[in-house]
Ligand binder design. Sequence first.
Ligand SMILES: C[C@@H](O)[C@H](N)C(=O)O
Ligand SMILES: C[C@@H](O)[C@H](N)C(=O)O
Lengths: 155, 155
Amino acid sequence: REVLVSGVAYDGDVVKVTVYGVPDRPGIASELFGALADAKINVDMIIQSGHKDGKNDISFTCGKEADGKLEEILEPVVEQLAAEHFSLADDVAKVSIVGAGMITNPGVAAKMFKCLYDNGFNIDMISTSEIKVSCILQKEGAKDAVRALHDSFGL
Amino acid sequence: REVLVSGVAYDGDVVKVTVYGVPDRPGIASELFGALADAKINVDMIIQSGHKDGKNDISFTCGKEADGKLEEILEPVVEQLAAEHFSLADDVAKVSIVGAGMITNPGVAAKMFKCLYDNGFNIDMISTSEIKVSCILQKEGAKDAVRALHDSFGL
Ligand SMILES: C[C@@H](O)[C@H](N)C(=O)O
Ligand SMILES: C[C@@H](O)[C@H](N)C(=O)O
């Protein structure tokens, strides 16, 4: 039994947004999340990975209650930031493994990814903390991923 | 005083790696982190944001003790994954704000990003959890970011 992982969590209340091709200069993240804060949008995950050719993509997730408001908030901001475009998807779910002190153990995240691969899941987004590894998957069938992870970690 | 944020953390023992242009299909993350796990590389943050045109970039951070080994581990894997290339940088630091239940409060992350902007910092990577917002910055001057964040959150 992997004592490192104590549970698997599922969150189906997820809208995933990616703003593509923002200029990689100070102030961009401030403007984007300032506009979301002004509109009282509760953000869950914020994910920005390495930049390329002076541009970057910034993703975030929020609850479905924001779904109707996001387009009208993002359109002016994305234009102001001179970003390329943004995408919005609510057919996704967040599946996480949770446990104390696990992320520094390199095998734990790899085991989660292997389990998702063996069960045919494509990973849309990844974010980790000291106690959690979260993956955004297509919502269809994501509950099966939870069961597969339970089995894989002996829970 | 922002009771939401209780501290600011600095970690200078950071190597940032981004693998660019991996095919966005099941099994890629499993192979990459499987290879790192086999080589006993302790990974800190794993960050993958939205994909584009069937490709994606995956970033991760680890401690400097891995620096000498990473190239020889990543070269064969990156080739096997048919990724475009990978970048490695150790002139970076992680600066985080920490506090209970803060990430759902949209203003907290925005306030951090605004503070970094006002002090001229460019944000390389972003990762969040329920209790933490972490930014990867250029190491030079990053300790000044810690002081600025202390002031901004009244700590
Ligand atoms: C891309 C975005 O994060 C930018 N680098 C900033 O500092 O705001
Ligand atoms: C890009 C990578 O995460 C891929 N989608 C996978 O599932 O492994």
